[in-house]
Design a protein around this ligand. Structure first.
Ligand SMILES: C[S@@+](CC[C@H](N)C(=O)[O-])C[C@H]1O[C@@H](n2cnc3c(N)ncnc32)[C@H](O)[C@@H]1O
Length: 274
């Protein structure tokens, strides 16, 4: 009996399960991906792949279900990813939200291990230092992800030398304190104003409140057009009038939503709620 791969029927059932639970489209012939992602769980549970997946898919639900879904997510992230979104935020978007009595609300949807919301918080600090008297009420950042594992790491705000070397310039290390052996922790003033919370983008957004800016970068790329449309509709409803949506550099809403106008800048593209 093959222990490290799934029969075609089991593979299809698992792909459907994954898409229903978290939106991720597995596609055909990704047995190698399932094998590499679920390998450690198979070992830990002394289970064949088929048994592991069948147990996770049982309707009663279990801790294993969560572990399997989380293991299938891609959590790649780094500081100030792609650069331009954070520059456009400071140069084009924040000046629009700088009325004295206004507290800006930003949502980092699918924040992974925290580099995105902390990069946002650092950008806000840089903006305020450069523009005294602006954003005096500060900002609130809601950082959410499906995976409680990455959220725990995000909330700790501690990063090893390898993670610190990815995208963070030397001057920006002033926003961290050293823990030794290259490890660093974000300073309280960077963490302040960020709330971490588990949230599945396929579920309702009503309890999250409304936002001025949504960062949802490098996650919709894994979803079906139908789920992308549903999520974009919910983003439009969650944004205040004139609010901005930042997507990943290779993501687009073309043919998926009429709720946003595209704002083109030399550095990159943003979407503004109509
Ligand atoms: C590739 S990371 C992107 C992180 C960050 N936004 C960036 O651009 O660097 C994708 C994240 O999306 C999360 N994710 C996947 N499906 C999700 C869902 N249905 N709801 C919320 N988050 C999800 C994963 O757990 C993962 O942390």
């Amino acid at each position: 009996m093959p222990t490290k791969s799934l029969a075609t029927q089991d593979y299809q059932a698992f792909a459907d399960f994954l898409q229903n639970q978290c939106g991720i489209v597995l596609g055909d012939n990704k047995q190698y991906l399932v094998r590499s992602r679920l390998g450690p769980l198979m070992e830990a549970h002394h289970a064949t792949m088929a048994d592991l997946v069948r147990e996770a898919m049982r309707p009663s639900g279990s801790a294993l279900k969560t572990q399997v879904i989380e293991a299938m997510t891609t959590n790649e992230t780094f500081w100030f990813r792609d650069g331009y979104p954070f520059e456009l935020l400071k140069n084009e978007v924040l000046p629009e939200f700088s009325q004295p009595n206004r507290r800006v609300r930003i949502w980092s949807a699918a924040c992974s291990t925290g580099q995105e919301p902390y990069s946002l918080s650092i950008s806000l600090q840089e903006y305020r230092r450069k523009n005294p008297g602006r954003l005096v009420q500060g900002a609130e950042i809601l950082a959410t992800d499906l995976s409680s594992q990455v959220l725990e790491q995000a909330q700790r705000g501690e990063y090893d030398a390898l993670a610190m070397a990815r995208g963070l310039s030397e001057p920006r290390k002033q926003f961290f304190e050293c823990l030794g052996e290259g490890r660093m922790r974000v300073k309280p003033e960077v963490r302040q104003g960020i709330t971490f919370r588990q949230h599945n983008l396929l579920e309702s957004y009503l309890l999250l409140g409304r936002f001025d800016i949504i960062f949802c970068r490098n996650v919709l790329i894994y979803f079906s057009p139908e789920n992308k449309q549903k999520i974009l509709r919910q983003f439009a409803a969650a944004l205040n009038p004139g609010g901005y949506l930042f997507l990943g550099a290779s993501e687009s809403i073309a043919n998926l939503s009429d709720d946003f106008e595209m704002c083109r800048y030399p550095a990159g593209i943003l979407y503004r709620k109509r």
